[in-house]
Design a protein around this ligand. Structure first.
Ligand code: 4NP
Length: 157
C-alpha cells in the first residue's frame, strides 16, 4: 500500500483537486487497491468552519468528468507524517508550513508535486488567482509525473 497525502494552504482548492485527479489516474490503471490517498491543509481556519471543496475546484472536476466525494478541510497532523509515505505540497510555502507543524523531514517524505516533472515549480493558488484551469493542468502534469515515478521505482526495485 502506497499512502499519499496532498497538502495545500486551505485544503479546499488545490489539494482536493490533486486528491481526486490522482485517485482517477490510479483507478484508470486498476491500481486503486494499492493506494491510500487523502488531502490536508497547513492552515486550520477552514477546518474550524468545516469548509467543503471550493466551487471552482468542483466545477473543474465536473468539467473533466473526474469523480469526487465531499471532502472537508482538515489540518495536517503530526501523526500524518508517520503514517503517509508521500506528503506532496503545492508550493514552497506549503513545505515550510508543513515542516513547522510536523518537524524536520527526516524521512524525506515531503516533496513539491511539480518537482516530479521536468519543469519544477510552484502551483499557484487559485484562491488568489481565480484560475482553476491553470491549477488543474499543473496538478494533472504533477500527478502524471508522480505516478510514472512510482511505476518506474517499482519496476527498478
Ligand atoms: P488552497 O487555496 O490552498 O489551494 O486550498 C486556499 C483556500 C482558502 C484560503 C487560502 C487558500 N483561505 O484563505 O481561506
Amino acid at each position: 500500500m502506497i499512502k499519499v497525502l496532498f497538502v495545500c494552504l486551505g485544503n479546499i482548492c488545490r489539494s482536493p483537486m490533486a486528491e481526486f485527479v490522482f485517485k482517477q489516474m490510479v483507478e484508470e490503471r486498476s491500481l486503486s487497491d494499492q493506494f491510500e490517498i487523502d488531502s490536508a491543509a497547513t492552515e486550520s481556519y477552514n477546518e474550524m468552519c468545516h469548509a467543503g471543496i471550493h466551487h471552482g475546484t468542483r466545477d473543474k472536476l465536473k468539467a473533466m468528468q473526474i469523480p469526487f466525494e465531499e471532502h472537508y478541510s482538515r489540518q495536517i497532523r503530526l501523526r500524518d507524517y508517520a503514517y503517509y509515505d508521500y506528503i506532496l505540497a503545492m508550493d514552497d510555502s506549503n513545505i515550510e508550513d508543513i515542516q513547522s507543524l510536523v518537524g524536520p523531514d527526516t524521512e524525506h517524505k515531503i516533496h513539491r508535486l511539480l518537482d516530479f516533472t521536468d519543469h519544477p515549480r510552484n502551483i499557484r493558488d487559485p484562491w488568489y488567482t481565480g484560475n482553476f484551469d491553470e491549477s488543474y493542468w499543473d496538478i494533472y502534469e504533477g500527478c502524471q509525473a508522480f505516478l510514472e515515478y512510482l511505476l518506474k521505482e517499482n519496476n527498478d526495485g
